[in-house]
Design a protein around this ligand. Structure first.
Ligand code: UFG
Length: 341
């Protein structure tokens, strides 16, 4: 019997790519999403790519206990992956209470419901942001978490702590915390990809929208950082590699108890300028960009040591920066308005 995985926030950017890889690997997949920052269309495309059906699709808020109980009573769930959450760093500074309420409440409701239905495996979408400002790159999983610079980051920090406390108290619980670095790219079919609402906060969607003519120009935030070319360096990871990391985490979680933490990054940093020039080169186009002042809260460098995921999960990234830039553009070009017609 194949195992059934519940994806909370499964219609979003990382959730939809993970759904594809889980279905390809032979897992059954159920999705809960309230489409607050996603569309059901992405799930139809997941089915198109894989030629397989999702075992269930529910429109619900993860904070809604009754709705979650309905899902758990209709499906025997083996593990949950908690992707659902608000994720815009700048917005979280303006609306901290909304971020704390939504991100903490949804995950607490999920853990309580799992307990009620005796589901003991949870994989949580965490972030490199929990390394804070104090730690030195490359980040390793056993470093102490640092001070976050915004409420979004603090929700990840707090939820890591909450899940660790839950696993300490309940010895049957298995928790995998996945610390994502900077996911970019899209499925090579161009059918699913990142679909931000309004003005994109993140670099790659902004670049793609400049390339497609939706935004006039990219502003590179700061070129006076202590890095080789003065622009910030990040660990960009292809979203399909990231999704495959979740499959490995699912394979692993059924044989463990307690908490395991994994960085999901390539271990190789690239600067903003390198991203821009690579995007131009592989896609054979010119991007309109200017250098501007630094953005508040940005670190000069953030990148992973990803040895643990290789050693324990047998996972490593396979895609190159060229693949990431090509696949981001392929998605944007084919879907200039995202999932909306
Ligand atoms: N950047 C620009 N111009 C833009 C957008 C971004 O120059 O218009 C630069 C940023 O200054 C930064 C780099 O591109 O140097 C990457 O910025 P992103 O916003 O794409 O990503 P961040 O590294 O800031 O944020 C990511 C995740 C967050 C997470 C954070 C820390 O999006 O969820 O890493 O781990 F909190």
């Amino acid at each position: 019997m194949s195992k059934k995985i519940l994806l909370l926030g499964g219609a979003g950017y990382i959730g939809s790519h993970t759904a594809v890889e889980l279905l390809n690997a032979g897992y059954e997949v159920v999705v809960v999403d309230n489409y607050s920052n996603s569309c059901e269309e992405s799930l139809h495309r997941v089915e198109k790519i894989t030629g397989k059906k999702l075992a269930g699709i529910y429109e619900a808020n993860v904070c809604d206990k009754e709705a979650l109980e309905k899902v758990f009573s209709e499906h025997k769930i083996d593990a949950c992956i908690q992707f659902a959450g608000l994720k815009a760093v700048g917005e979280s500074v303006q609306k901290p209470i909304e971020y704390y309420r939504n991100n903490i409440d949804s995950t607490l409701t999920l853990i309580e419901t799992m307990k009620k239905f005796n589901v003991n495996n949870i994989i949580f979408s965490s972030s490199a942001t929990v390394y804070g400002e104090e730690n030195k790159v490359p980040y390793t999983e056993e470093m102490h978490r640092g001070r976050c610079t915004n409420p979004y980051g603090w929700t990840k920090f707090m939820l890591e702590q909450i899940l660790q406390d839950a696993a300490f108290a309940n010895k049957d619980l298995a928790v995998v915390l996945l610390r994502y670095f900077n996911p970019i790219g899209a499925h090579e079919s161009g059918l699913i990809g990142e679909d931000p609402q309004g003005i994109p906060n993140n670099l790659m969607p902004y670049i793609s929208q400049v390339a497609v003519g939706k935004r006039e120009k990219l502003t590179i935030f700061g070129n006076d950082y202590p890095t080789p070319d003065g622009t910030c360096r990040r660990d960009y990871i292809h979203v399909v590699d990231l999704a495959k990391g979740h499959v490995k985490a699912c394979d692993y979680i059924f044989g463990m108890k307690g908490v395991e933490i994994f960085n999901l990054g390539t271990g190789t940093p690239y600067s903003v300028t390198e991203i821009v020039t690579t995007f131009e080169r592989v896609n054979n186009l010119k991007l309109n960009y200017v250098y501007g002042p630094r953005r508040a809260g940005d670190l000069a460098e953030s990148y992973a040591n990803s040895d643990k995921a290789l050693k324990v999960l047998g996972w490593k990234t396979e895609k190159t920066l060229e693949d990431m830039c090509r696949d981001s553009w392929n998605w944007q070009k084919k879907n200039p308005n995202g999932y909306r017609k």
